[in-house]
Design a protein around this ligand. Structure first.
Ligand code: SF4
Ligand code: SF4
Length: 136
């Protein structure tokens, strides 16, 4: 059994449903929530490590998709090229998990917490100088 790391995106109408609970209960899987960002009335994001028999994992992923949850493998790393960053703050307003955040309110310095990043890539295109990079 090899654990799989997956990124789940929950539509806002599903974030209060016990979808992950049922995934684990009905598919004989174990899990570890690596990151989660759930805000009422907004999309929810979760990075999950699931372990179990391969067939059960596949059934579990099908169950999630049937529930309207977007499921993607966690296989990307996001990096900020601080040499290019102009500290404009555009990405801070976009990032759903606050991985990009204002570190200092006085200087409005932008910082990046890789531990919170779910590699959703929402920040990539809006960044004016293309300072945010995806590494596979
Ligand atoms: S990819 Fe960008 S927008 Fe998405 S969580 Fe990571 S830093 Fe935030
Ligand atoms: S959008 Fe790009 S340039 Fe602006 S603060 Fe974020 S990383 Fe820096």
């Amino acid at each position: 059994m090899t654990p799989r790391k997956i990124v789940l995106t929950f539509p806002k109408e599903k974030i209060d449903k016990p979808i992950v609970y049922k995934l684990i209960k009905d598919h004989n899987l174990t899990f570890n929530i690596m990151k989660a960002s759930i805000t009422p009335d907004q999309e929810g994001h979760m990075v999950l490590e699931i372990d179990g028999e391969a067939a059960e994992i596949e059934k579990g992923i099908k169950y999630l998709k049937d529930q309207g949850v977007k499921v993607e493998p966690l296989s990307k790393d996001i990096k900020v090229n601080w040499d290019k960053c102009t500290q404009c703050g555009v990405c801070v307003a976009i990032c759903p998990t606050a991985a990009l955040y204002i570190k200092d309110r006085k200087t409005m310095e932008v910082a990046f917490d890789a531990q919170k990043c779910i590699a959703c890539e929402l920040c990539i295109r809006p960044c004016p100088p293309r300072a945010i990079e995806v590494h596979f």
